[in-house]
Design a protein around this ligand. Structure first.
Ligand code: UD1
Length: 347
């Protein structure tokens, strides 16, 4: 019986689809392609040599969603679909709550209607707000600093309420730290719209000459070199964590949250050095002021995922940088390249 993957064309979604297919799962993808491209799914098919069905559909389209549940005997859902840009969420809070929170409610309602009560949800380390200390474990207090973070926290609360209301639900909440890197093939990777907000896609675009220089946001944090420290995790390790979470929800009920991180923090300056080493490229940068809303250090205690899911991240920072660079170098315009080439062929 297939696994429904919402947002399967996105960065983490597409890498998880590859791992699911390679592990022999049947998948059905639902994506509205608001922030992703069908080309990503085409490449997932090429990489795995497997065929799968995908729907261009919005979770808020109840009729379409129920049609999909009627058509396929879905066994469990991995729910990636959601908006994820912090700055944008501050400017467009209603869109974020509608898409992320209402979209998840609509999905859970459809699942309940069809008696499917197994869910893996994409949450974020952002739900820890400003952590009192590091490493961060799952029992730390939760808070949010912006509408994006609040939407993740609201969904977590809703899922916890749902599991209390009906004990047949089995829900795994995965709190991602900082996913970077790409599939080894260089065929799928992160394809941000416009100027990237996150560090690694910004770095790769500077190295590629698409952006002039990197701004390092602050060097006066209480960290070894003063720059922000984060727990970067290879997206393929993260994808594999979803398969472990899936196994877990098949064998238990209730709701549990797991940190998916490496447990090791790297500063912005360490990331710059690692990237230069891995790519052999130059990376001009300037130290500027802090970015509002940033915390100094954020890294995971991943013990719970190790003990309860049997999952640990095993790819190191050099591999993350090499893979991120291969994706950028091979796809200077992300997934656009293919459609631009097609246009050129036609004209
Ligand atoms: C950001 C979001 C977070 C979200 C996560 C994943 C903010 C405040 N936080 O986390 O809610 O869950 O992305 O999408 O946006 N940096 C620079 N220069 C840059 C970009 C980043 O120095 O051009 C620094 C940051 O200050 C930080 C580190 O690099 O210390 C990582 O930044 P980023 O990749 O944006 O991730 P987070 O801030 O951890």
């Amino acid at each position: 019986m297939p696994i429904l993957v919402t947002g399967g064309a996105g960065y983490i979604g597409s890498h998880t689809c590859v791992e699911l297919l390679n592990a022999g799962y049947e998948i059905i993808v639902v994506d509205n392609f608001s922030n992703s491209k069908p080309e990503a799914l085409k490449r997932v098919g090429e990489l795995t040599g497997k065929r799968f069905i995908s729907y261009r559909a919005d979770l808020l389209d109840r009729e379409e969603l129920e049609f999909i549940f009627t058509r396929h005997r879905i066994e469990a859902v991995i729910h990636f679909a959601g908006f994820k840009a912090v700055g944008e969420s501050v400017r467009m809070p209603l869109e974020y709550y509608m898409n992320n929170v209402a979209g998840t409610i609509a999905l859970c309602q459809a699942m309940a209607k069809f008696g499917i009560k197994k869910l893996v949800f994409s949450s974020s380390a952002t739900v820890y707000g400003v952590p009192e200390k590091v490493p961060i474990s799952e029992d730390f207090p939760l808070s949010a600093m912006n509408p994006y973070g609040r939407s993740k926290l609201m969904i977590e609360d809703i899922l916890r309420d749902l599991a209390v209301s009906d004990t047949e639900w089995s829900i795994g909440i995965l709190r991602y730290f900082n996913p970077i890197g790409a599939h080894k093939s260089g065929r799928i990777g992160e394809d941000p719209n416009g100027v990237p907000n996150n560090l690694m896609p910004y770095i790769t675009q500077v190295a590629a000459g698409k952006l002039n220089r990197l701004s390092v946001f602050g060097d006066d944090y209480d960290t070894p070199d003063g720059t922000g420290v984060r727990d970067y995790i290879h997206v393929v390790d993260l994808a594999k964590g979803h398969l472990k979470a899936l196994e877990k929800i098949f064998s238990s009920t209730g709701v549990e949250a797991y940190n998916l991180g490496t447990g090791r923090g790297y500063s912005v300056l360490e990331m710059i050095a690692a990237f230069i080493e891995a790519s052999g490229m130059e990376l001009p940068y300037t130290i500027v002021g802090r970015r509002p809303g940033d915390v100094g250090a954020c890294f995971a205690d991943p013990t719970k995922a190790g003990n309860e899911l049997g999952w640990t991240a095993d790819k190191g920072i050099a591999e993350m940088c090499e893979d991120a660079w291969r994706w950028q170098a091979n796809n200077p315009n992300g997934y656009e390249e293919e459609s631009i080439r097609m246009e050129q062929v036609r004209s």
